[in-house]
Design a protein around this ligand. Structure first.
Ligand code: ZN
Length: 491
């Protein structure tokens, strides 16, 4: 291909030509959600970004093994108030089995991802299902001399590691800074150095989720799961590791250290990170009152939302920015996205019915496909791709207005390019055609019956109007005549 796929590698801080280790196979690992609450706008961005990459790699002919983990236990992101694991806390407060909490939120996460047309990964491993692999990883790091046991917990020896390798290679931080900025956390006194991170934590008596290990009954440190599960499903070396920018430090920095300490080198060829979403210029957070879940966006039920926003509006809004740029949410920005998407979908719907001419009056269609590929190959430049599609939409409108002509072949090409880039690669779906089409058709059929009844009434054909009313009532419908027309509902 003229323009090979270039992706920005966070590790080298430059765009690199993507060359898979074992073409046509590509191994891709993306850090998935922590499931103790509903998915919010911040979850949508990495999911959609790496979904676009997944779809695009498949379009390029690669066979992608896509792994996205579920962080269900053991992570160190404890509740700020009492240091308790968030899943465990929810389970205790609601008297549920921890896995019930995990499954409940995981089901809801999947539903939200389906709505956003995010394809499911090939493998979705749970941290709690891979304790053995994590214990094995910790054992290897201890054997290599880069970890030590202390009071039943195991810590990674950052200073020792940094003497032989470079801790901070991904984030660009240096260890001296870290020594100064490390917060005083519970368990700190067990560490040789405040920058050391936990590979295994001994569980306190009240801790529900615990597993036996050579060191104590406890649970693995959060960073272990991705190293252990990446290795298990993608091998010692794989192509792409993705996630949000907020994971660069400490999570991915620690993953690199664990891999190097356990096998001598990093597992990952290309580290990719999406930027964050802000709301009116502010970081999203529960305490800031601007923490909006995806369901709230879809239903419009958050005080900061002027209206509901459809899943495709959210998806299009996110794709309108380059994944490495920040995205600032506002009602105005989302409303503009909804309008833009409607314009594209409308133009797309008109293509098949365009009149064709013997010749095209423009060369635009000829270069369209190459221009779209060029945008995607330039580090997944979705905003440039979308602007190419907008240009194509303007051409469609010009042809409809008789201001331009297109040959039959160009019309077909236009249709194919829209299908490939808008639907298959950007993953936009036609919301008017999917979803509740069955319910919609049902509602329209009832409306049709009631309009026939209305006509019968107007014609004083009481037998027909009564028959429709009585039989619908017998079927369980409630029919009510109001000044505005006839209303109906069914129990
Ligand atoms: Zn991870």
């Amino acid at each position: 291909m003229e323009h090979p796929l270039n992706i920005y590698n966070t590790l080298t801080r430059r765009k690199e030509i993507f060359v898979p280790l074992h073409a046509p196979h590509v191994g891709m690992y993306v850090c998935g959600p922590t499931v103790y609450g509903d998915a919010h706008l911040g979850h949508a961005r990495p999911a959609i970004t790496f979904d676009m990459l997944f779809r695009y790699l498949k379009q390029l002919g690669y066979k992608v093994r896509y792994v996205r983990n579920i962080t269900d236990v053991g992570h160190l992101e404890h509740d700020a108030d009492d240091g308790e694991d968030k899943v465990a806390k929810k389970a205790r407060l609601e008297q549920l089995e921890p896995m019930e909490v995990v499954q409940y939120y995981l089901n809801r996460y999947h539903k939200a991802m389906d709505a956003l047309n995010v394809l499911p990964p090939g493998i979705e491993p749970h941290a709690s299902g891979h304790i053995i692999e994590q214990i094995e990883l910790v054992g290897k790091i201890i054997a290599g001399g880069y970890a030590y046991e202390s009071e039943g917990s195991v810590y990674f020896d950052v200073e020792k590691y940094n003497g032989d390798h470079r801790y901070g290679i991904l984030s660009g931080r240096n260890i001296e800074d870290m020594l100064n900025t490390s917060r005083e956390l519970e368990g700190q006194e067990e560490k040789r150095n405040p920058a050391d991170f936990a590979l295994w934590k001994k569980a306190r008596p009240e801790h529900i989720m615990r597993w036996p290990s050579p060191w104590s009954d406890g649970f693995p440190g959060w960073h272990c799961e991705c190293t252990a599960m990446g290795k298990k499903y993608l091998g010692n070396h794989f192509d792409i590791h993705g996630g949000g920018m907020d994971l660069i430090f400490p999570h991915h920095e620690c993953e690199i250290a664990q891999a190097v300490a356990s096998q001598g080198d990093d597992m990952v060829r290309y580290w990719m990170h999406n930027n964050m979403i802000t709301i009116d210029g502010q970081k999203m957070g529960k305490s800031l009152g601007n923490f909006i879940t995806l369901d709230e966006f879809f239903s419009g039920s958050h005080p900061q939302l002027a209206q509901p926003y459809s899943p495709m509006t959210i998806r299009f809004f996110i794709l309108q920015a380059h994944y490495r740029s920040t995205v600032d949410f506002s009602n105005e920005a989302l409303q503009a996205s909804a309008k833009g998407l409607a314009r594209l979908m409308e133009a797309c719907g008109h293509i098949a019915a365009l009149p064709f001419a013997a010749e095209s009056s423009t060369n635009m269609v000829k270069g369209l496909r190459a221009g779209c590929f060029e945008a995607m190959n330039d580090d997944l430049n979705s905003p440039v791709l979308i602007s190419n599609l907008f240009e194509a939409a303007r051409l469609v409108n010009s042809v409809r207005d008789g201001k331009a002509t297109l040959s039959a072949a160009d019309i077909k090409e236009l249709q194919d390019v829209f299908t490939l880039f808008l639907f298959d690669i950007l993953g936009i779906s036609d919301e008017t055609a999917t979803g509740n089409s069955h319910d919609e058709a049902f509602g329209k059929a009832i409306d049709l019956l009631l309009s026939i009844r209305q006509q019968a009434k107007a014609a004083k054909d009481w037998a027909t109007s009564d028959k429709i009313r009585n039989e619908l009532t017998a079927l369980g419908f409630e029919i009510k005549d109001t000044k505005e027309g006839t209303e109906w509902r069914i129990d």
